[in-house]
Design a binder for this molecule. Structure first.
Ligand code: SAH
Length: 477
């Protein structure tokens, strides 16, 4: 594998050396690292030219091999740490260098939290034009982290393949479709690892053929495992190329024997030549269609295909902050735009007069309604559609909101939705964001009528570069 990567870089070196740069492809340079990029790479300069060095930390002197050059910046691989930062941690994962799922394991956890707070501040200043340091600055709180930032993920999605005649499952090597076999992922719930390993072993024993991407043959493509962290319930999803599974009963029996916590075994059929994990058809092979989990006092049904936050412990922290910033006392009408399966809506309904939730995916709204019923919560109304269309229609119907909560995907809020918020003028807005740059852009629009009171970063994805925030926003009087 290393050989191929080297060869690739060699070819690139011959073809793509741009002129007039102070560094050459393939060159080893010794540089001072002065910053950390949003993706978690060390940032340094050679005669004013910026190099990103993955794996290097601020305060370090490193030797790095130049791998990719663009006009204004380039990328280099870490060859040697010459002077080490006190914040450097030994990544506990033996596959850390080859995976790519985590990018910050080599940075002490406390420093990861500081870094994430800084990312939020940088975005608010650069993109939103907000003051984040002075007397009148917006308060960006220290990131709320986990006391034990490992084994937090409740969902594993593992591609299956074949190597030297044996079934393997793990992750794709960086920029390739080669599967690296893995038995343990340190950010995964132990029950997730246990279930994936059991299914891999059983499939091998029963000679179930792993999928081969190149020839588009074989049966088992992916093993997906979902765990209810609070309930201990486990769902195993087998993604296969066709519906017929040889020795299906033996397979079910072996899974149930080896994994007594299993409540649901589901098959998803994906016959297409594609990178997309799931196909259209899902059938329950054994047990329940769903597993259950709880966040705070609310119980949720999780099906094979529905979206559910992957870090349940921190989700509770995030939702409690959302509830606090919404300032709900039991009298308010609240709108939850981008409501997914109704998680935030149901959380808010405990302290509001009525909650209206809107979401674009119809299956998610079906789950939201089911979850409301499951908890006996009646003061919620869910509607399917784009938030930027449904909320203006609600306004026309005379619904007025005291609080609007938004939790959009990475691309942020639709402009029309922001315009609607400015017209509806709710007293408070709570913005839950998984992308600080679109957050900053949207807050700048809301700043016309609203004041950003405080920003709370929450670490939902320890050891990765991602950061989530909740923002308290009040209408100016
Ligand atoms: N608040 C939920 C889901 C957040 S993820 C939770 O915490 O679990 C963002 C959601 O926005 C996704 O469910 C996505 O399907 C939905 N979405 C994306 N674009 C949308 C739009 N224009 N209008 C409404 N919902 C949208």
């Amino acid at each position: 594998m290393a050989k191929t990567a080297k060869k690739r870089r060699g070819a690139q070196a011959a073809a793509k050396q741009p002129l007039d740069l102070p560094v050459r492809l393939g060159q080893i340079v010794e540089i001072e690292i002065t910053g950390l990029s949003h993706e978690g790479a060390g940032v340094g300069r050679v005669e004013g030219y910026t190099l990103f060095v993955a794996g290097a930390l601020p305060g370090e002197r490193v030797r790095a091999r130049v791998e990719h050059l663009k006009k204004n910046f380039g990328f280099a691989g870490l060859a040697e740490v010459v002077e080490q930062s006190a914040s450097r941690a030994l990544p506990p994962c033996p596959l850390y260098d080859r995976c790519g799922g985590c990018s910050l394991q080599h940075l002490a956890y406390e420093e990861q939290l500081v870094h994430k707070q800084q990312i939020v501040k940088d975005n608010l200043r650069r993109i939103g034009g907000f003051d984040v340091e002075g007397d009148k600055a917006i308060t960006v709180h220290p990131t709320l982290g986990m006391s034990d930032p490992w084994r937090y993920r409740n969902k594993a999605q593992v591609p299956i393949g074949e190597q030297d005649g044996a079934l393997v499952g793990g992750f794709y090597a960086e920029k390739s479709h080669e599967i690296i076999d893995m038995n343990e992922c340190l950010i995964q719930h132990p029950a997730g690892d246990e279930a994936v390993n059991a299914v891999k072993a059983i499939a091998s024993e029963l000679c179930i053929r792993p999928y081969d991407e190149a020839s588009h043959s074989g049966l088992l493509r992916h093993v997906v495992v979902k765990v209810g962290a609070r309930t201990g319930e486990v769902m195993v999803v087998l993604v296969t190329t066709e519906e017929n599974i040889p020795q299906r009963d033996k397979l079910m029996e072996a899974i149930r024997t080896r994994l007594p916590g299993v409540k649901s075994i589901v098959q998803n059929i994906n016959p297409a030549r594609t990178n997309v994990i799931f196909g259209e058809k899902t059938v329950t092979l054994w047990g329940s269609d769903v597993i259950y989990d709880t966040i705070g006092p609310i119980r949720f049904a999780i099906s094979a295909r529905s979206f559910y936050q992957v870090n349940p412990a921190q989700t509770e922290v995030l939702y409690n902050k959302t509830l606090e910033y919404a300032g709900a006392t039991g009298m308010e009408t609240v709108i939850d735009a981008y409501c997914g399966i109704g998680t935030i809506s149901l959380f808010l309904a405990q302290k509001s007069r009525h909650v209206y939730g809107v979401e674009i995916v119809p299956e998610a709204i079906a789950d939201a309604n089911r979850n409301a019923e499951l908890n006996g919560i009646e003061n919620v109304t869910f509607e399917t559609g784009p938030a930027e269309v449904v909320i203006p229609a609600w306004k026309e119907q005379g619904i007025r909101a005291d609080v609007i909560v938004v939790d959009p995907p990475r691309k942020g809020c639709d402009e029309a939705l922001l315009a609607t918020i400015l017209q509806m003028k709710p007293e408070r807005v709570v913005y839950v964001s998984c992308n600080p740059s679109t957050l900053a852009r949207d807050l700048k629009v809301l700043a016309e009528l609203y004041e950003v009171k405080e920003v709370q970063p929450v670490d939902m994805f320890p050891h990765t570069g991602h950061v989530e925030c909740v923002v308290r926003i009040y209408r100016r009087e």
